[in-house]
Design a binder for this molecule. Structure first.
Ligand code: ADP
Ligand code: MG
Length: 319
């Protein structure tokens, strides 16, 4: 990028970290880290492009938070402990006020999860943000999508549909005042502590980015099983219930994305452990159904099955 690239990195991104496992951080050709013994490294990367993943005028502090949060959510879904990350920024120009807010949002969330920024890349072009995260997991213990077994209980870690309502508000297709719905969309809380607590307990896990139905289907396909969901057990906030009452759209919470809750399956013998964990972590999670050997996803209500295709769910492929 232009001459300001190095001072930009120094001013906004080169911060002291509390981690002793960083041999060399920002400033050289590569960063060097010392992974703990007997641990695997978990890597994930996600890009947010202006106009595609966020509105170009989105509050930069929220953007800094979200760019890291969506990656931390992938670590959470694997049960990994966050350790290091890098940041590739493509900026149309150097806007110091924007960078100040962006980095404040990024580092506030990084501090909460003890993840250190150890490098990156800075280029000029249309606004895009790529974060790569690295976490650690005890060898052989990672949570996968492929381990769900018939009779497992299916849980979600918190309310779904709030971020989807926030998105309808931002798009201008619904009048939304409740700041909690915008917060769900713009500053999601990745369930990092829960993911690690599920190691050795959950048989399968995924984070909900594309919507519960789509993401649960990834577990079902990878695990070669099916699922029965009880619609009445879905954890829904008051505004989401009200929206469903008014619109009649029962499929909404199943296809709404961006909530970044975890969806996981456990053997029924772990039911009490999971519920205790939810209390300890202050999560409003719920058991929403069961894994079955019969393939496919069935959503049951008191009056029958919901047809997700008819309810407007586009990505759903019936098996
Ligand atoms: P190189 O030319 O060797 O790729 P760069 O000039 O891209 O190095 O970057 C210089 C140093 O600053 C490197 O250590 C790189 O990791 C770091 N860096 C560049 N951009 C960022 C950024 N947006 N956030 C954090 N570190 C960055
Ligand atoms: Mg470079």
């Amino acid at each position: 990028m232009a001459s300001g690239e190095f001072s930009l990195i120094e001013t906004f991104f080169n911060r002291p970290t509390g981690r002793s496992d960083i041999i060399l951080g920002i400033g050289d050709d590569c960063a060097l880290v010392a992974p703990p013994a007997q641990q695997y490294l978990a890597l994930s990367i996600d890009t947010l492009v202006a106009g595609v993943h966020f509105f170009p005028d989105t509050n930069p502090q929220g953007l800094g938070h979200k760019a890291l949060a969506v990656n931390l959510s992938d670590l959470a879904a694997s049960g990994a402990k966050p350790a290091w990350c890098s940041l590739a920024l493509t900026l149309p120009q150097i806007d110091e006020a924007w960078l100040g807010e962006f980095s404040a949002g990024f580092f506030a969330l990084a501090a909460q999860h003890d993840i250190a920024l150890i490098g990156g890349d800075t280029t000029q072009g249309p606004l895009a943000i790529t974060v790569q995260v690295i976490g650690t997991i005890p060898e052989g213990e990672a949570l996968l999508r492929s381990g769900a077994k018939p009779n497992d209980l299916i849980y979600v870690s918190g309310p779904i549909g709030n971020a989807g309502l926030g998105l309808l508000g931002r798009q201008g297709s619904l009048f939304i005042e409740d700041p909690a719905l915008y917060a769900a969309l713009e500053t999601p809380n990745p369930r990092v502590a829960l993911g690690q607590a599920l190691l050795g307990m959950a048989n399968a896990c995924i984070d909900i980015s594309d919507g519960l139905a789509a993401d649960l289907c990834h577990i079902l396909e990878r695990s070669q099983v099916g699922a029965d969901i009880e619609w009445d057990r879905l954890p829904l906030s008051k505004p989401v219930r009200k929206f469903i009452d008014c619109s009649g759209d029962l499929g909404f919470p199943l296809r709404a994305g961006d909530d970044y809750e975890l969806c996981f399956t456990v053997s029924p013998k772990h039911q009490e452990d999971v519920e205790r964990m939810f209390r300890q972590l202050n999560l409003d999670g719920a058991c929403i159904g069961r894994i079955e050997s019969k393939p496919g996803l069935r959503i049951r209500t008191g009056s029958g099955l919901i047809d997700l295709v008819k309810s407007g769910y586009e990505h759903f492929k019936p098996s």
